[in-house]
Design a protein around this ligand. Structure first.
Ligand SMILES: [Zn+2]
Length: 365
């Protein structure tokens, strides 16, 4: 008997996204004179991911989509035209420019910003056309902090929000965005705050960034009340804590909602070695969460799952996490039997994780 064909998984990326630079992490701080501190959101995040995917043989086994830029009309599905104009002008200045809180562009940032949004749209179209079961857009700059009006937190345009609106314009009316980046997806939340047609679920480290955002009691407003689900998790939460949060909160919320498409805002900064988060997720943990998202997509929307890279700043762990996600999406065996970094992380669901998730479930009701 012939083996079942594995569902086709597509990838999208563009080396031109390496050109986006944020400069130093210490701009306008006195310590910048003492030590060169490259910005955390740096080109190597993408470059090293592609290197690991290539060495694992993934790039030759999976289909790469033709790279494209988002059009101005597509950006304006979400963003105010004046914001788009302002960013383009800032990019033309030929030097680093602050365009929002913790958001900067350099002289070569315009093209990468369009390509990041555009490559996610390419994956979204391939999945919505039925050409692919699922896909992974390996892009930068990330997007989930950007609001309709301004860039924020290393993000220029909100790639996932644009993809959600694009899917809706194509007739896929109900979109669920699951955001597991360690930081709260405040931009995406704000864009869809009053909108009942997009379910936004964020798992994040409690009160990390932006400060004061992402409380369990923040549920959306007006017609959108209940279509925002925040799952703040305590520092140290690991694989089992995230899996429990999926079981207890994320999966029931998506079943209640009934999406036509699931978008994953996959920031791999809950990784144990990430410099900007304090979580304990292993490389295998990301494989497991990807599998959970796939099972939900199979159950609820004919497998339609689109994964967008958001944050993730460990230059050591991020490439392996991205590899694990790509392997899981494509149904490929892991390239490594064990976590490649052999991180010594406690196993099993711990009480503080269970209690925190239970408290969120209770607050949501
Ligand atoms: Zn993040």
């Amino acid at each position: 008997m012939a083996p079942e064909p594995s569902p086709r998984t597509v990838l999208a990326w563009d080396e031109r996204c390496l050109a986006h630079e944020n400069g130093s992490m210490l701009v306008r701080r006195p310590a910048a004179d003492w030590l060169d501190v490259p910005h955390y959101e740096r080109p190597e995040r993408l470059g090293r991911t592609l290197q690991v995917l290539e060495r694992a043989g993934i790039l030759e086994r999976l289909d790469r989509l033709e790279s494209r830029r988002a059009t101005r009309e597509e950006l304006e599905l979400v963003h105010d035209p004046a914001m788009v104009e302002r960013i383009e002008t800032a990019c033309e200045q030929g030097r680093f420019a602050t365009v929002g809180p913790e958001a900067r562009v350099g002289p070569d940032s315009w093209d990468p910003a369009l390509l990041a949004a555009g490559n996610l749209l390419a994956v979204t179209d391939a999945v919505l056309d039925g050409e692919a079961a699922n896909g992974f857009a390996i892009v930068r700059p990330p997007g989930h902090h950007a609001t309709a009006l301004e860039p924020m937190g290393f993000c220029i345009f909100n790639n996932a929000a644009i993809a959600a609106r694009h899917a809706q314009a194509r007739g896929f009316e109900r979109v669920a965005i699951v955001d597991w980046d360690v930081h709260h997806g405040n931009g995406t939340e704000t864009i869809f705050w009053s909108d009942p047609s997009v379910l936004f679920v964020s798992l994040h480290q409690d009160d990390l960034y932006p400060p004061g955002r992402g409380a369990a009691t923040d549920r959306g407003a007006g017609a959108g009340e209940g279509a925002t689900v925040n799952v703040p998790l305590p520092p140290g939460t690991g694989d089992e804590g995230y899996a429990y949060a999926f079981e207890r909160i994320v999966e029931p919320a998506l079943r209640d909602f009934g999406p036509d498409l699931i978008l994953l805002s996959a920031g791999q900064d809950p990784a144990a070695s990430d410099p900007l988060g304090r979580m304990s997720v292993t490389t295998e943990g990301f494989r497991e969460l990807t599998g959970r998202a796939m099972a939900l997509a199979d159950e609820l929307c004919e497998g339609r799952l689109v994964v967008a890279l958001e944050g993730g700043y460990s230059l050591e762990q991020l490439p392996f996490c991205n590899l694990a996600i790509a392997e899981r999406l494509a149904g490929l065996d892991p390239a490594f039997d064990e976590d490649p970094l052999e991180l010594d992380i406690p196993r099993g669901l711990r009480d503080f994780e269970r209690d925190a998730v239970d408290a969120v479930a209770e607050a949501i009701g």
